[in-house]
Design a protein around this ligand. Structure first.
Ligand code: FES
Length: 106
């Protein structure tokens, strides 16, 4: 079971953009699109660039380094579908945006 950790409050992630957060020993990029939230590992599976700074377009984030697109919903790379960024569950509790991570603790 993932543990949900608060990373931000509603309104702190601009519509159509991402922000990165340290969560459970990882860096997670959280995006807001049409009011919904998505979370991907901030580490691009191609060559490790940050995904959190990429532009969001048509349900995907476009990595800044080589402009490959990764679906926000499942992390699959549109240019190379065998490549996939790790995804995380996101929920909103009250005004807190929370990311589900497995911490290994407990
Ligand atoms: S490092 Fe992200 S597409 Fe190459």
């Amino acid at each position: 079971m993932p543990e949900f950790i608060t990373v931000a409050r509603v309104g702190e992630i601009p519509e159509g953009r991402g922000r990165t957060f340290a969560v459970g020993g990882q860096t997670v990029a959280v995006f807001r699109v049409n009011g919904d939230y998505f979370a991907l590992d901030d580490f691009c599976p191609h060559m490790g660039a940050s995904l959190g700074t990429g532009d969001v377009c048509d349900g995907a984030v476009v990595c800044d380094r080589h402009l490959w697109a990764f679906n926000l919903s499942d992390g699959v790379c549109r240019e190379a579908p065998t490549m996939k960024a790790q995804t995380f569950d996101v929920r909103v509790q009250g005004d807190e945006i929370q990311v589900g991570v497995t911490t290994g603790a407990g």
